[in-house]
Write a protein that binds this ligand. Sequence first.
Ligand SMILES: Cc1cc2nc3c(=O)[nH]c(=O)nc-3n(C[C@H](O)[C@H](O)[C@H](O)COP(=O)(O)O)c2cc1C
Length: 185
Amino acid sequence: MRLILGITGASGVIYGTRLLEFLKREKVEVETHLVISEMGKQIIELELEQRLEDVIGLASFFYENTDLTAPIASGSFHIDATIIVPCSMKTVASVANGISENLIARAADISLKEKRKLVIVPRETPLSEIHLKNLLKVARAGGTVIPASPAFYHEPERLEDLADFIVGKVLEAIGIEHNLYRRWG
Ligand SMILES: Cc1cc2nc3c(=O)[nH]c(=O)nc-3n(C[C@H](O)[C@H](O)[C@H](O)COP(=O)(O)O)c2cc1C
C-alpha cells in the first residue's frame, strides 16, 4: 500500500505523528509519502517533544509542500490513499475548491479526481458556515471527513490514548487493521 500523509498547521499534529509511529511500530507494509506544510512544521515544534527531523524520519519519503514537481503531484503516480491529519480550515478550503496551490492540496485534488481514498481530519472550533460548507463539499466529492474529536468511552488514560482513537478511525477508513482502542461491545 502506498499512502500520502499531509500534516498541516492545525492543532493536533500528534494525530499525524501517532499514525506514522503506528505504521512503523506495527511494521505495516506501507510506503509513506510525507508532506508537512510550513505551519505544520511550526506546530510540530510547538506541540510535540519530537524534533521535526525525527518525524520526517518516520516516513519512507518526504517532500516540501512547495514541491509541485514531486512524483505525488501527478495522477499517474499510483497511490492508494491520501490522508491529511490534522487538516487546517485553510487546507480544507483549498481541497473543497480544487485550489492546488501546494503539494498537499494537489495530492488531495488528485485523490478526488482519480476516485482514490481521501481522508481528512479537520480541527477547528467553533466552525463557521464557510468551514461547514467546505467540509460538506469535500464529503460530497468523495472524501471521508473524520473530525478530530476523540471519544471517551474507551477510558483513555494518556494523551496518546486520545490521539490513538482518531488514528484508529483513520486506519479503519483506509482498511488497515489495528487494536488502538477498545471497541464498544
Ligand atoms: C498555534 C497555532 C494553532 C493553530 N491551530 C489551528 C487549528 O486548529 N485549525 C485551523 O484551521 N487553523 C489553525 N491555525 C492556523 C493555521 O496554521 C493557518 O490558517 C495556516 O495558514 C494553515 O496553513 P496550512 O494549511 O498550509 O498548514 C493555527 C495556527 C497556530 C499558530
